[in-house]
Design a protein around this ligand. Structure first.
Ligand SMILES: Nc1ncnc2c1ncn2[C@@H]1O[C@H](COP(=O)(O)OP(=O)(O)OP(=O)(O)O)[C@@H](O)[C@H]1O
Length: 314
C-alpha cells in the first residue's frame, strides 16, 4: 500500500467550451478522511469521476491505490455516485449483495453480509422489504451499505449527506469515522462546510473548477488571524495606543484582529494603562470564514444558499 491513496496533478476536463475542472491537484493520504468542498457546479463530481476512471481527463495525471489505471483497482474501491438509485423490486439485503457482486464479492457472501450490516445499522427489519417500500433515508443507507459490502480500501462518496435528515447525517458521520478508524481511506464531496470541518483531516476547496486551497482544516483556518473581543471599564486612556488601528469601539467593547505580536504585549499595555479589563476572548476563525477568504464571498453565499435549500428539502 502506498502512503497516498490518491494523487492527482493538473487534472483538466473540458465540456464544450467550459473548463469544468481546470487544473486540480489533490493528495489524499491513505487512511485519512478527505473532503472536497465547494458549491454546485464547482467541478466536484467531474473530479471524482476522473479519479475513479469513469471519465478520462483531458489533461493531467492521477494515481489511485498506486495505479494510473483506476478501473484496474475498481474491486478495491467503493463508490456512492451522486445519482442515487437501487432496483425498486429488490429486497434490501439483496440490493446490497448485488452492489457487492458488481465489485467482485460472491452473491451468497454479499447476502450474508447484507443482512448483518442492516442488522448492525438498526435496519434488520427492513432486510426482506423491497427497496420501493423503504423511506428515502433508509434506501440511501442501503445504497451506502452496498458501497461498503465488499470491504473496500478506498471509499468515494459523492455528496453523501445530500437528502438525509439530521439524524441520518449524524449516523453517516459516525459510519465514515468508523471506516477511517479501520484504516479505510474516505474521500467525499460536499457543499456543507460543517461536515468537512467536523470530519476531514484534509480538504480541497473547489470553486469554478479550480482548487485555491488544499491542506488541513487547521491550515485553512490559519489563513486568517484570530479575532479579539475586549471589554474595558475605562473608555479612554493611554492604553488605547496599545490597540491596533482597526479596533472598533462599541460602548465598552472593542473588536479587532489579534496583532502579530500576540496577546501578551497587548495585555501588559492594557494592565499598565489601567484599562480595567472586564472580559477578553480570542476567537479563531472557523472554516466558514476561511472559505470566504479563500474562495470569495460569491462562492460562500452560493454554498450557504444550497445548504439552506437542502435543509428545507430534507
Ligand atoms: N457530461 C457533461 N457534459 C457537459 N457539461 C457537464 C457534464 N458534466 C458536468 N458538466 C458541467 O461541468 C460543471 C461542473 O459539474 P460537476 O457536476 O462536476 O460539479 P459539482 O461541483 O459536482 O456540482 P453538482 O453537485 O451540482 O453536481 C457544471 O457546470 C456542469 O454543468
Amino acid at each position: 500500500m502506498t502512503a497516498n491513496a490518491i494523487e492527482a496533478r493538473g487534472l483538466v476536463k473540458i465540456f464544450g467550451r467550459q473548463r469544468a475542472v481546470d487544473g486540480v491537484d489533490l493528495t489524499v493520504p491513505a487512511g485519512s478522511i478527505f473532503g472536497i468542498l465547494g458549491p454546485n457546479g464547482a467541478g466536484k463530481t467531474t473530479t471524482l469521476r476522473m479519479l475513479l476512471g469513469i471519465v478520462d481527463p483531458d489533461e493531467g495525471t492521477r494515481t489511485l491505490l498506486g495505479t494510473d489505471h483506476p478501473l484496474d483497482v475498481a474491486k478495491r474501491v467503493g463508490y456512492l455516485p451522486e445519482e442515487r438509485g437501487l432496483y425498486p423490486s429488490m429486497k434490501a439485503y439483496d440490493a446490497i449483495a448485488f452492489m457487492g457482486a458488481l465489485r467482485g464479492l460472491p452473491l451468497a457472501e454479499g447476502r450474508r453480509r447484507g443482512r448483518a450490516m442492516l442488522e448492525e445499522h438498526g435496519l434488520g427489519k427492513a432486510a426482506d422489504k423491497e427497496v420501493r417500500t423503504l423511506s428515502k433515508g433508509m434506501a440511501q443507507t442501503v445504497q451506502l451499505l452496498g458501497t461498503l459490502v465488499h470491504d473496500p480500501e478506498l471509499i468515494v462518496l459523492d455528496e453523501p449527506f445530500s437528502g438525509l435528515d439530521a439524524l441520518n447525517q449524524a449516523k453517516l458521520e459516525r459510519l465514515i469515522r468508523a471506516q477511517a478508524d479501520k484504516g479505510v481511506t474516505v474521500i467525499f464531496s460536499t457543499h456543507v462546510i460543517a461536515h468537512a470541518e467536523r470530519l476531514c483531516e484534509r480538504i480541497a476547496i473547489i470553486a469554478g473548477g479550480k482548487v485555491p486551497f488544499t491542506g488541513s482544516v487547521s491550515e485553512a483556518r490559519d489563513r486568517l488571524r484570530p479575532q479579539v473581543r475586549l471589554e474595558t471599564r475605562s473608555l479612554d486612556g493611554p492604553w488605547r495606543a496599545a490597540l491596533p488601528a482597526d479596533a472598533a469601539p462599541e460602548g465598552h467593547f472593542w473588536h479587532f484582529t489579534l496583532p502579530e505580536t500576540g496577546v501578551e504585549p497587548l495585555l501588559r499595555a492594557l494592565i499598565e494603562g489601567e484599562a480595567g479589563i472586564q472580559s477578553l476572548s480570542i476567537e479563531r476563525p472557523g472554516l466558514h470564514d476561511a472559505f470566504v477568504a479563500i474562495a470569495g464571498a460569491d462562492a460562500a453565499r452560493q454554498l450557504e444558499e444550497e445548504a439552506l435549500q437542502e435543509g428545507s428539502d430534507a
